[in-house]
Write a protein that binds this ligand. Structure first.
Ligand code: B1M
Length: 222
């Protein structure tokens, strides 16, 4: 059983989706996360263990390597896809309560902004960290964030912006969220924003990359 978990961790960390996937070259012909998750479940491995001992540490390693510029966006996307091939098989166990989520993270790219590559990466890494994701997509204004918050009380909210013309919309969204529930934590990120801007709009945390977002959320959950 340990061997399957170790292989699954490696498959997700290096982005091996399934046996026929040619990527990464060093794992060519070997089982990917799709088959290894099937094997783990068939062998009776607790789904919570699959998440905690394989997927979360694998995505943690990916996040660290990305933050240290040891890997880049394409490699991170392959790992996220490999994680997705496993998560799709674990979804029923989340629904039944057999796997405990660390919390809910509502994420969206702010009003006026259509850039979603960074936002999607953050969502995938946070999901790989054991959180439930509510992805509102792009061009999201305060009303939709507040609606999502009402449907998911206690959730943490993440805002992404890539344009200097749309980062200013983060202020209105944070104000709307805080007026609705002052205790809601709001995390912001995206190329044009920084910690000073985060403070100036009353958001709670600025994450320069997905790894920092995951670490902040995990601190909130602990
Ligand atoms: Co646009 N674009 N774009 N664009 N685009 C930029 C951002 C720009 C810098 C290019 C340039 O001029 N050099 C520029 C912005 C300039 C500025 O505001 N100062 C720009 C512009 C001007 C525009 C348009 C206005 C162009 C036009 O139409 N005249 C237009 C705007 C459309 C709109 O949004 N309303 C536009 C459109 C587009 C495309 C649709 C063509 C496409 C987006 C496709 C898509 O996202 N699906 C696009 C792209 C691809 C880019 C560039 C080339 C790449 C952005 C990207 O995905 N980076 C970009 C130039 C560049 O960055 N080199 C550019 C990779 C991604 C992984 O990084 O999103 O920064 P990033 O995410 C990082 C971190 O920021 C962080 O984690 C991620 C991983 O490290 N992060 C978070 C992001 N969100 C986070 C949230 C968090 C935490 C961390 O917590 C919640």
């Amino acid at each position: 059983m340990n061997e399957i978990i170790e292989k699954l961790l490696e498959a997700v960390e290096f982005g091996k989706i399934d046996q026929k996937s040619p990527y990464p070259p060093q794992l060519r012909g070997m089982d990917g996360s799709h088959e290894l998750t099937q094997q783990a479940l068939a062998a009776g491995v607790d789904p919570q263990r699959i998440l905690e001992d394989a997927l979360i540490p694998a995505m943690g390693n990916v996040g660290k390597k990305f933050a240290e510029n040891k890997i880049f966006v394409p490699q991170m996307l392959m790992s996220a896809k490999a994680m997705g091939a496993s998560m799709v098989q674990l979804k029923p166990f989340f629904a039944s309560g057999a796997i405990k989520s660390k919390g809910t993270f509502i994420i969206g790219t702010v009003k006026g902004d259509l850039h979603d590559i960074g936002k999607n990466l953050v969502a995938m890494m946070v999901e790989g960290g054991g959180w439930t994701i509510v992805d509102l997509g792009v061009d999201v204004g305060s009303e939709r964030f507040i609606e999502a918050l009402k449907s998911n009380p206690g959730a943490v909210v993440g805002l992404s912006a890539l344009l200097t013309t749309t980062m200013v919309n983060m202020g209105d969204i944070v104000a709307g969220i805080k007026a609705c529930d002052p205790a809601t934590k709001v995390l912001i990120g995206g190329a044009p924003v920084n910690a000073d801007f985060c403070r100036s709009i009353g958001a709670d945390f600025y994450a320069p990359d997905p790894q920092n977002a995951v670490e902040y959320l995990n601190k909130l959950a602990s």
